[in-house]
Design a protein around this ligand. Structure first.
Ligand code: AR6
Length: 171
């Protein structure tokens, strides 16, 4: 955050599917055809048209991102990204997770999205250690925003108190 400007990065405890924001990010898997966790919640809230659009995308590699409409969600867009499965940190997990945030933000800029919310990508089923994941999320986002003025707000949505505390410590 630069002196004199409004805070652009914030964190909130809650359900990402409820946010009235331009885009929410989905922590998906490589098929992009739905799953549990936040992915399941987003597909339930968006309705079956989301899955229909996802079927046309041909999947998504870890670290990459693809965009769809938000359908019944309050958010206009869903940016689907695939985080790394944690297996100790020596298999490129930090780089892949950083790519998730960077590529999602890049896709947001390309689509003139000004406000975007992220869940804690990889911190559920994929078991990424929360504090390390939060540090990557915040660092990549800060660096990105420093050169991308079109993004007005980035929200980190925490589903647990532990995740909220990890973000609060960094912001
Ligand atoms: N709003 C915000 N955060 C949520 C919500 C919600 N509604 N629901 C869960 N979280 P996970 P991953 C948090 O497992 O680790 C799926 O099956 C959750 O508490 O959703 O990247 C996909 O299809 C956790 O902190 O995603 C993949 O197969 C965070 O979101 C796999 O899980 C991410 O947990 C991806 O695993």
């Amino acid at each position: 955050m630069s002196a004199g400007s409004a805070p652009k990065i914030d964190t909130v405890r809650g359900d990402i599917t409820r946010l009235e924001i331009d885009a929410i990010v989905n922590a998906a898997n490589t098929t992009l055809l739905g799953g549990g966790g936040v992915d399941g919640a987003i597909h339930r809230a968006a309705g079956p048209k989301l899955l229909e659009e996802c079927r046309t995308l041909g999947g998504c590699r870890p670290g990459e991102a693809k965009i769809t409409g938000g359908y019944h969600l309050p958010a206009r867009f869903v940016i689907h990204t695939v985080g790394p499965v944690w297996s100790g940190g020596k298999r490129g997990e930090p780089q892949i997770l950083a790519n998730c945030y960077r590529n999602s933000l890049q896709l947001a800029v390309k689509n003139e999205i000004a406000t975007i919310a992220f869940p804690a990508i990889s911190c559920g089923a994929y078991r990424y250690p929360v504090q390390e994941a939060a540090r990557i999320a915040v660092n990549v986002t800060r660096n990105f925003l420093a050169t991308s003025p079109s993004i007005g707000q980035v929200m980190f949505v925490a589903a647990t108190d532990e995740i909220l505390a990890a973000y609060q410590e960094l912001l």
